[in-house]
Ligand binder design. Structure first.
Ligand code: GRF
Length: 220
């Protein structure tokens, strides 16, 4: 995160331990992991991919394509903090702490409890396929088409205890065409998501993000 020169003049780099939490195909996870692999995101070490869904395609990709440890945490009827505290236990096992950790939600289909979020202030990011605060929640692309907007897009934001309401880090517009279906718009937005999420992580890793009263400022 930071280049720090210590008293003896040696420069060392503070690394960020990354967890990615998914529920499905994991294409955003893949774009993040390949950006790290290619050196486009620096100073970030992927430690674990966590899923609530044992059949998530992304779990296989994390393991086989990237060699990242994966952990499946089955809900088994547990909700809220009762479930989330199992995730936090896994995060701590992989040394993902509020001081050095980053947790990226990437198609994770559960809502995080306040107790979880409070343990990692401004250390949990999410990507949403619309220009928030428009079209939060599920089926954001269909919501955009049904409303008739001409421009939608995607947003990377910090997670707070509301649904897609946290401080906005980056947004990118995407045009909506009259012939669009939920599927065609989703694909066009997804291409941009794959660039935007790695950019946001890079900003955090390079210590370029400051937050005051929910307003995120990007330092030059
Ligand atoms: C993406 O559209 C993301 O914006 C939303 O869920 C979808 C996940 O897709 N939060 P993938 O699993 O990353 O392919």
């Amino acid at each position: 995160m930071l280049d720090i020169i210590n008293n003896s003049g040696f420069k060392y780099i503070k690394l960020i331990n990354l967890a990615i939490i998914i529920s499905g195909r994991g294409s955003n996870m893949t774009s993040i992991l390949s950006s790290i692999q290619k050196g486009k995101i620096q100073n970030v070490v992927p430690k674990v991919v966590i899923s609530n869904n044992p059949d998530a395609l992304g779990v296989d990709i994390a393991k086989k394509q990237f060699g990242i440890p994966t952990e499946i945490i089955l809900p088994q009827g547990k909700k809220g903090w009762e479930y989330d505290c199992e995730i936090v236990t896994v995060l701590k096992k992989y040394k993902i702490l509020k001081s050095n950790g980053l947790i990226c939600l990437a198609g994770y289909m559960k809502i995080l409890s306040k107790e979880f979020i409070d343990q990692y202030p401004f250390r949990i990011m999410n990507i949403h396929p619309a220009l928030l605060p428009s079209f939060p929640g599920l089926h954001a692309q269909k919501q955009a088409i049904d409303y008739g907007v001409k421009v939608s897009g995607c947003t990377v934001h910090f997670v707070d205890s509301g649904i897609d309401t946290g401080p906005i880090i980056l947004q990118e517009p995407v045009p909506v065409y009259s012939e669009d279906t939920e599927d065609t718009l989703s694909k066009r937005i997804l291409e941009i998501e794959h660039k935007l999420y790695p950019k946001a992580i890079t900003l955090l890793a390079n210590d370029r993000i400051t937050i005051k009263n929910r307003i995120v400022t990007i330092k030059e």
